[in-house]
Ligand binder design. Structure first.
Ligand code: GLN
Ligand code: ZN
Length: 756
């Protein structure tokens, strides 16, 4: 008998039922009872699938109306005091106010879940925070699953991970100090679950994959000694990284089992086997919860068979991490060809893979011969398919010289030539690329996609949007214009759709946060650019104005980061292929007379590995890829890059190493604090710190932006300073956009008088 399970399952539903129900509820179109029915149906559906696939447990506790960390806060009873809510009487309406804000209070802060594209709500703790218990939702869900007759494993964030991921406004606040109060709350929850008949509780201590300070590591033993007494058996789950540094700690920890992510870190198994304690479960996460490729069942089974020889009944098998990060069901895809379909597995298919592996272990390989055969064929076809391997791309990669990633001259020479060419005023003004995506724009794009608008009609529609954007920018008096990106639904999808090596799903949605889902492209093969992607629109835009028109591209690291990426070669190699495709576009734009080209890299920092000691390697290839995409142009062509809010201060040397002529960054939300790092580091090239926040419709007054410009000028020499908003304007309306940009230009005129 080998226990099979998953660490968690997507909660959005096959057709994003949760999203639509939530949004209907928020608009007041359905009531709470109707919303509850949708939630229960989705939970029961997920349990049913796990059960049907032959898994031994259904996992309960992975469902959340908005976010699992918010659910944990509501369960523990530690809600931000500023809302004044009673945790034990928390209504769904109040729960959503914590997530989305209300008239009096902004929402809880949201941030990325480790290195995934999921975002969680950051618990707000203070010295006086209490964990006196909150909502009973979890216990109701458990009761529901038990009543159906399932064997239940409950999954919850572990107490130390919960604390680590929370924050406090008070300076010097020691989060870890709250463990004394948090621990009894966990004990009470575990006791209650035991009383309900729950045998196993999975506590996700995902932070063990990070490099933790000694006091946090030292907290594990005493904390788990207490938890072990509470009743249910505890499976301490890790994922996203190797935890081999902590093999001794995990060996001795008084928990009933430990889960390892063998997809991200297969080598770590050696640190745990042999010598794993008798009577302690080792759960091996062999099915990828972060990517959508079908497993190689034969190779996976071989690994598990070896482990079973050592572990016997102590072996559990499961997903590498929660399946939250993959789409729900491949079976509903209608437009993927059968070959691609065979290469993929979404959450439901992954359940089946785990079920098959369990059967293979228990009944022998013959019992799963058909599945093994099909898997082997899929693996071979993926390996050999001409769709994946493009010899021209491979050749180009091997032929690369180090000089291909370098501009011909150093920045000072380029700067002189660019100044002579563009004759821009001091403190030049620009925007980040997109302008408001009006309903008319969306309708035209949708019509073209559906076939109700023909190509000629579509071109006319987009050109008139471009003309409108150019006219408005001229009227406002901006110095470097953009075409507005009306033709783009999404900054990665737009390029993926035109590049070879990408495929798109119809229902491959993954939760980003709350009701927001993303549908990442599937990057399955060698990347090449069959033809120019943006030149036509950009050239048209340039034809309408004497001012320089900035070409707008998405960078290789961001395209990689926001896609499901092939796992049969290094990410660095795939990134380099994308870089070469973007480079071709850059060169074509230059040849078409476009003198300024921006390569957006908002996801550059997101790619950083969880362990700091791995940063150097990532940064080396990420910087290289960006430079490769940018370096094919003449000295007098100006390369911009753009990054959104992310604390750059720890990677400033690498940002400088990108060697973009100009970088625009989001700074206004931090009141220019971010910029101080750039000043201290003496960032060598030109820089445009955003002077207003585009995330809200608020129009900042002239004085406010002037003050930010002056603040920026204190750390960056005026000769190297640009003026621009924080990010693209596509989510804004035209009225506020024109007003805000008008004020930005007025502030710039003042600043030119005062500073130049
Ligand atoms: N050029 C893009 C835009 O303006 C940049 C978006 C981003 O940084 N996320 O929309
Ligand atoms: Zn941005």
């Amino acid at each position: 008998m080998t226990i099979a399970h998953v660490l968690g399952f997507p909660r959005i539903g096959r057709k994003r039922e949760l999203k639509f129900a939530l949004e209907n509820f928020w608009r007041g179109e359905i009531d709470e009872a109707e919303l509850q029915v949708v939630g229960q149906t989705l939970r029961r559906e997920a349990w049913g699938w796990q059960n049907k696939a032959g898994l031994d447990f259904v996992t309960v506790g992975d469902f959340a109306w908005y976010d699992h960390m918010l659910n944990a806060s509501a369960l523990l009873g530690c809600l931000p005091a500023r809302f004044g809510f009673d945790a034990q009487a928390l209504s769904l309406k109040q729960y959503f106010e914590l997530a989305r804000g209300n008239a009096a209070q902004p929402a809880q802060e949201m941030t990325k879940w480790f290195d995934t594209n999921y975002h969680y709500l950051v618990p707000e703790l203070a010295a006086e925070t209490r964990f006196d218990g909150g909502v009973e939702w979890l216990f109701d869900e458990v009761a529901d699953a038990l009543a159906i007759g399932y064997r239940v494993k409950v999954a919850l964030p572990g107490p130390l991970t919960f604390l680590w991921l929370s924050k406090s406004k008070a300076a010097g606040f020691n989060k870890l100090g709250l463990i004394a109060r948090l621990l009894p709350a966990y004990v009470r929850i575990l006791q209650k679950l035991a009383a309900q008949g729950v045998e196993w509780v999975q506590l996700d201590e995902t932070i063990l994959g990070l490099e933790l300070p000694p006091d946090w590591l030292a907290a594990f033993a005493p904390v788990y000694r207490e938890l072990a007494k509470a009743g249910p058996q505890i499976l301490l789950a890790t994922c996203f990284e190797s935890v081999s540094d902590h093999a001794a700690l995990l060996h001795d920890l008084p928990v009933a089992g430990v889960h390892l992510d063998l997809k991200r870190a297969p080598q770590q198994l050696a640190a745990f086997l042999p010598g794993w304690p008798q009577g302690k479960v080792l759960s091996l996460g062999v099915i990828d919860g972060r990517n959508i490729w079908a497993a190689d069942l034969d190779a996976t089974l071989a690994t598990l068979e070896d482990a079973r020889d050592v572990l016997g009944e102590r072996l559990w098998i499961g997903s590498s991490c929660s399946l939250l990060h993959v789409p729900v069901d491949l079976a509903q895809e209608r437009e993927l060809d059968s070959e691609l379909q065979r290469w993929l597995a979404f959450a439901r298919q992954k359940l089946d893979e785990i079920g098959v592996l369990k059967r293979g272990l228990e009944q022998g390989r013959d019992a799963i011969a058909a599945a093994l055969h099909a898997s082997q064929k899929a693996v071979q076809s993926r390996h050999n398919s001409p769709r994946i391997h493009n010899p021209a791309v491979a050749q180009r990669l091997t032929g690369l010289q180090p000089s291909d990633a370098e501009r011909s001259s150093a920045f000072p020479q380029r700067q002189a030539k660019q100044r002579a060419r563009f004759q821009l005023p001091p403190l030049p003004t620009t925007t980040i690329g997109s302008f408001p995506q009006t309903p008319a724009i969306r309708a035209a794009r949708a019509g073209f996609k559906r076939g109700t608008l023909d190509e000629a009609g579509y071109v006319v529609a987009m050109q008139s949007e471009i003309r409108l954007a150019v006219e408005k920018q001229e009227q406002l008096g901006l110095d470097v214009l953009v075409h507005g990106e009306a033709e783009r639904n999404d900054m990665v999808e737009y390029f993926g759709e035109q590049l070879a090596g990408f495929a798109f799903t119809q229902f491959g949605w993954v939760q980003s946060y709350g009701s927001r889902c993303v549908k990442p492209p599937v990057l399955f093969g060698d990347v090449a650019r069959p033809q120019a992607m943006t030149v036509g629109w950009t050239r048209y835009a340039q034809s309408l104005t004497q001012k320089p028109m900035k070409g707008m591209l998405t960078g290789p690291v961001t395209i990689l980061q926001w896609s499901f990426v092939r796992d049969d070669q290094l990410r660095a190699t795939t990134c380099k292929q994308i870089a070469l495709a973007i480079r071709d576009e850059v060169v074509d734009l230059e040849a078409a007379g476009i003198g300024i080209i921006q390569i957006d890299e908002p996801a550059f920092r997101e790619g950083l590995p969880l362990k700091r000691r791995d940063w150097t390697a990532y940064l080396a290839w990420a910087v290289e890829a960006f430079k490769l995409s940018a370096a094919g142009v003449r000295d007098d062509t100006q390369i911009h890059t753009h990054m959104c809010y992310s604390e750059f201060n720890d990677i400033l040397p690498q940002i400088a190493a990108l060697d973009a002529d100009v970088i625009t960054i989001e700074t206004s939300r931090s009141d220019m604090e971010l910029l101080e790092g750039f000043g201290r580091f003496a960032y060598p090239n030109e820089i445009g710190p955003g002077v207003y926040d585009i995330h809200s419709p608020r129009v900042p007054p002239v004085e406010e932006m002037l003050r930010l410009i002056e603040k920026a000028a204190e750390v960056i020499p005026v000769e190297r300073l640009w003026i621009n908003p924080d990010c693209g304007l596509k989510t804004r309306g035209w009225t506020e956009t024109e007003a805000a940009l008008g004020n930005m230009l007025a502030a710039t005129r003042e600043a030119r008088k005062a500073l130049v």
